[in-house]
Design a protein around this ligand. Structure first.
Ligand SMILES: [Fe+2]
Ligand SMILES: [Fe+2]
Length: 381
């Protein structure tokens, strides 16, 4: 008996990973210290915004197998179809020494590494959201959370399909794994949500947005745009629930959360420097890391990763002196004035525009086929 396949992948019947470096363990277990699973016996969910979000979550479900055109080819030499300035080590001595084939290899490995972290992060989101369904106290939040569990499974599937097509993947970055461990094993439901949806996925959301807006590759553009459309609902949930919850906490409890946010932001900014890629490609790892750390383009890129986190923390009321100081030192405090509703409305619009363009292309193809058939019929008669 073969394994059940996923439709739409052509020859590759299941998600098949070609890890760039050996993965010694096929899994990871972490101790969950939360003993609390909460049931509610009053089923009359009250909060209209959450029920509206649950309703929207139900209506906006989509199938990664057919909404995305998986027959599109990925260019192995430049998978994202972006200029070389987007490559982290562009301009370094190592880059200058490379010929076209080696540069193509760097581009492919960078995309494999980045999308692999998206994939593993999405699995983290899947597990975290399932946990939130268990321990969030209110029934309306559990309803909404259930739709998000399905969204996150779809995101894992979609990034997994992309990496299967690319033919290369990387294991989870150790810093991302450490961060996941912290947020997942905390017994407080809000920390799981804050760490996963506001910080880790907030940063990923900004990265998806940069790719969506810069890539010349239609597959990567559609994939990221559709995931972002779902993420807009996830951020909205965090804003509604956490904004109502945090004023109920003591100043000390809020401060503890702010410290956690500041620390996680420093960690995410400074520690994801793709060292595994440089090592795998046989470059001088220290030299590559210090180049990526200091390159002006990369510094600007890392700042842009905070466009979603900063205004969200402000919105949910975790914006005291420690968080403000951290963001000021990182040079990203200016993002506090980003219009979150505006950018998320744009995320929805972009996904819908891609759908519309695909429908229009299918209609044009059908019309052409009808023309050809009519011409043949006329000729035959
Ligand atoms: Fe997600
Ligand atoms: Fe999410």
């Amino acid at each position: 008996m073969g394994r059940p396949g996923l439709p739409g992948l052509g020859e590759a019947k299941v998600l098949e990973f070609h890890y760039a470096v050996p993965v010694e363990q096929t899994g990871w277990e972490t101790q969950d210290r939360s003993g609390t699973v909460r049931f509610r016996w009053d089923y009359d969910a009250e909060r209209a915004e959450l029920l509206a979000l649950y309703d929207k979550g139900k209506r906006k479900q989509w199938d990664a197998a057919d909404r995305i055109d998986w027959s599109l080819e990925i260019d192995p030499e430049n998978p994202l179809q972006v200029p070389d300035e987007a490559v982290a080590i562009f301009g370094s001595a190592a880059w200058e020494r490379m010929g076209p084939a080696e540069r193509a290899e760097v581009r492919r490995h960078m995309v494999a590494w980045q999308f692999s972290q998206f994939l593993h992060g999405e699995q983290g989101a899947l597990v975290c959201t399932a946990k939130i369904v268990q321990n969030v106290p209110d029934i309306d939040a559990k309803f909404y959370g259930a739709t998000q569990v399905m969204d996150e499974a779809r995101h894992v599937e979609a990034y997994g399909r992309y990496l299967t097509k690319l033919g290369l993947a990387y294991p989870i970055n150790r810093h991302l794994q450490a961060l996941l461990d912290d947020v997942l094993t905390d017994s407080r439901w809000d920390i799981t949500y804050l760490g996963m949806q506001v910080l880790i996925e907030g940063l990923a959301l900004a990265a998806f947005g940069l790719i969506r807006n810069q890539t010349g590759d239609p597959l990567a553009r559609a994939l990221n745009a559709y995931v972002m459309q779902d993420e807009a609902r996830h951020v909205m949930f965090g804003r509604h629930v956490l904004r109502a919850y945090y004023p109920e906490l003591s100043a000390a409890e809020r401060e503890e959360r702010e410290e956690l946010c500041a620390e996680a932001c420093w960690l995410m900014r400074d520690r994801f420097l793709a060292e595994e890629v440089w090592e795998r490609l046989g470059l001088d790892v220290d030299e590559a890391i210090s180049f990526v750390r200091e390159s002006e383009l990369q510094v600007a890129f890392r700042s842009l990763l905070f466009t979603r986190i900063v205004p969200t923390l402000k919105d949910i009321g975790l914006f005291g002196p420690k968080v403000r100081q951290a963001f000021t030192e990182m040079g990203v405090i200016g993002f506090e004035s980003v219009d979150l509703d505006g950018v998320m409305a744009e995320d929805e619009r972009t996904a819908e525009e891609i759908d519309a363009a695909r429908r229009a292309a299918a209609a044009r193809l059908a019309a052409r086929q009808a023309d050809v058939a009519a011409t043949i019929a006329t000729g035959a008669s």
